[in-house]
Design a protein around this ligand. Sequence first.
Ligand SMILES: [Zn+2]
Length: 468
Amino acid sequence: MTKSTLLLLASASLAGTAAAQAPTAYQASARAIFKELIEINTTHSTGSTTVAAEALRKRFLAAGFPAADVEVVGPAGSKNHNLIVHYRGTGARKPVVLLAHLDVVEARREDWTWDPQAFTEKDGYFYGRGTSDIKDGAATLVAALLRMKQENFRPDRDLILALTAGEESGGDYNGVAWLLANRPEFKAAAWVLNTDAGDPELRADKVQARMVQVAEKVAFNFQLEVTNPGGHSSLPVPENAIVRLAGGVVRLGAWRFPVHMSELTRAFFARTAPTESGQTAADMRAVAGAVPDPAAAERLSKSAFHNAMLRTTCVTTTFEGGHAVNALPQRARVNVNCRMLPFESPDSVEATIRRVLADSLIAVKRSSEARLSPPSPLSGEFTRAAEAVTSAMWPGVPVIPYMETGATDGLFFRNAGIPAYGASGVAIDPNDVRAHGKDERVLIKAFDEGAEHIYRLIREISAGAARP
Ligand SMILES: [Zn+2]
């Protein structure tokens, strides 16, 4: 594709041109892989990632990859195995891992307009479970490697494709955790490209921002509990377990952790500001400065997402108590779910919770492990490549680093000391996020461009001196 064609593509409305042109050979190949993946059931209840991994394995073997470099692996007895493909390079640089998961969240036919297990094309979109989370990402990685192989491209480093199981909750194990524990090449990687995050942002069907996930908040839970001897409800006493705990829950609910900026969140707000307007743009610049402006932070905090970027959050998620309608409660218990900024410490979060509760009769226990995941460096090979490919494909579109408020498999790598960059090629409209939901879909034009973007990105990170 010529540069001028690309410029035209980038400035055209993505949906408007979708139906007009026949797909190129590469687009057709990427779409066929995508279709095959969507039509293989990889839910936890009735599906199997092994079936999807085996189907892709056939494609790699047919393309000429040595059988020893295309493996379907996982714990014995699981129906959910992972695909690993080694694309051998010259070894001039350390290997890079290319990551997506194969499993998908359950989808019921009766809840959808179309069969979630079918690959449905309609009005410029592809519909089906996994079209945006994250079989699109898996398909673009596979299509790119097969194209590079066909072009006899020799990377200057090994590229290790890992399409994994158990990312969505409900799996019997997590594929990435298993690979890190069982396959030494993953721990030896320079860094990871994870397509399960960092969707380029679509607004009015045009790419506005190339998001890159460089960090994730750290999730863990506390159990708060009050116990009491109880008794007959006809004879109440001043001390009541539910009332006592409720007081603490209300104090915690009113508390907000302080704004805590880092290099990453400053970069996020500074680079997002030009894509916003008015007060929001001004506030983003004001929090990105050396001393964040408190009034600006306050206004930004009205957005749940910006609030979560600015501070650690802890929220009460479940409440149980009492054992009979005619008894004084002997026990009251809540779960508090914390999402900690990755540069803070769980101990200090716990100390803050105890201080805010201010009640020694409320027992505080950490009920789940905090898997630390330090932010990946903002600058370096990946960022340079993302900037080069973005400005070539989508001129003027900013590359914006951000912190995931939820969690992806990137955290297992970061926890093991390996930087991870979440960057999908397939753009999504933030107002049309249907992952895990009904009628999940992706814009066909965005998928086609995503396949091209990922192909160029992988070449850019592995071309070394051989780059044309
Ligand atoms: Zn996902």
